[in-house]
Ligand binder design. Structure first.
Ligand SMILES: NC(=O)c1ccc[n+]([C@@H]2O[C@H](COP(=O)([O-])OP(=O)(O)OC[C@H]3O[C@@H](n4cnc5c(N)ncnc54)[C@H](OP(=O)(O)O)[C@@H]3O)[C@@H](O)[C@H]2O)c1
Length: 267
């Protein structure tokens, strides 16, 4: 099958006000796609929409601000795609949050908040978008997961749970939608240079591995768009993250011992 191209595609991106989502909007717009930007901070969405239009004259950049954990906002996004675009070709479930700290010192509200955005909002927005996507042009769903959706790490249990859930659901969905011609791509970044670590729901501990190996958000976005062009199903944009996932498949006991040291309380 010919490579996918995005000229005139209609792309809905969640979490488009910063980080990877913002860079994805710019990467799709550079290729001539129309972008619909979703997140809570309306002023930031306007900045990203203006950047898309300035960078690619004539590109269609629309936005709708709201909280993705609100079902009414998710319905409004699907309705806007129907009214303004009469359909949708690509849905990117990118919005996400995390919390740092030991599970025992955390609470139910934190777990539910992380799951609500990272998993339930993505799944339910997808449910609403599916009828539009099934009539789209070379349709695809992109789910932004994480290395921590392949290998759980200490002090990050709520986030790991949400990204494992996202990955399992993504695999089931891919199989169910193959006959409809809807591609499903899972992107599993490692540490990326964004505002992510400033937006934690709770910070009860510092992660022992730090952020020193972070890669630029633009690199994650560019690899994601190229993977879609080639019809790939799974990518790991950060080589260190990919190495951890492969090492864990080959020697899970060894990795268990290494991460248990990272999770031990300080003496
Ligand atoms: N940065 C990393 O190291 C890293 C590593 C692996 C995976 N990821 C994943 O990459 C994705 C993007 O994160 P990022 O790194 O680009 O961080 P980011 O810059 O903090 O972006 C998160 C985005 O989600 C939006 N968002 C948060 N809560 C929301 C809500 N309730 N409703 C609507 N939008 C909401 C934020 O916008 P508003 O605040 O305006 O709502 C923002 O646009 C996430 O799924 C994250 O799990 C990140």
């Amino acid at each position: 099958m010919a490579r996918r191209s995005f000229a005139h595609s209609r792309v809905l991106i969640t979490g488009a006000s910063s980080g990877i989502g913002r860079e994805l909007a710019l990467a799709f717009a550079r290729r001539g796609a129309g972008v619909m930007l979703a997140a809570r901070r309306e002023s930031e969405l306007h900045v990203v929409a203006d950047q898309c239009r300035r960078q690619s004259a004539g590109v269609d950049a629309i936005l709708l601000a709201g909280n993705l954990t609100d079902p009414a906002y998710r319905r409004a996004l699907a309705q806007t795609a129907t009214e303004k675009w009469h359909g949708l070709d690509i849905l990117v479930n990118n919005a996400g949050v995390s919390a740092h700290g030991r599970f025992a010192g955390s609470d139910e509200a934190t777990l539910r908040q992380v799951m609500e955005l990272n998993f339930f909002a993505a799944a339910e927005l997808t449910r609403l978008a599916l009828p539009l996507l099934k009539q789209g042009e070379r349709p695809a769903i992109v789910n932004i997961g994480s290395i921590i959706g392949h290998r759980g790490l200490p002090l990050n249990s709520e986030y790991a749970a949400s990204k494992f859930a996202l990955r399992g659901w993504t695999e089931s969905l891919r199989a169910e939608l193959a006959a409809d011609g809807v591609d499903v791509l899972l992107v599993s970044p490692g540490t990326t240079e964004t505002e992510f670590f400033d937006h934690l729901i709770a910070k009860r501990a510092d992660l022992p591995w730090g952020e020193s190996t972070a890669i630029p958000a633009a690199a994650v976005a560019e690899q994601t768009v190229r993977a879609l062009e080639r019809g790939r199903h799974e990518i790991f944009p950060n080589w260190r993250g990919r190495a951890l996932v492969y090492a864990n498949r080959l020697a899970p006991g060894l990795i268990d011992r290494v991460v248990a040291k990272l999770g031990s309380p300080p003496p």
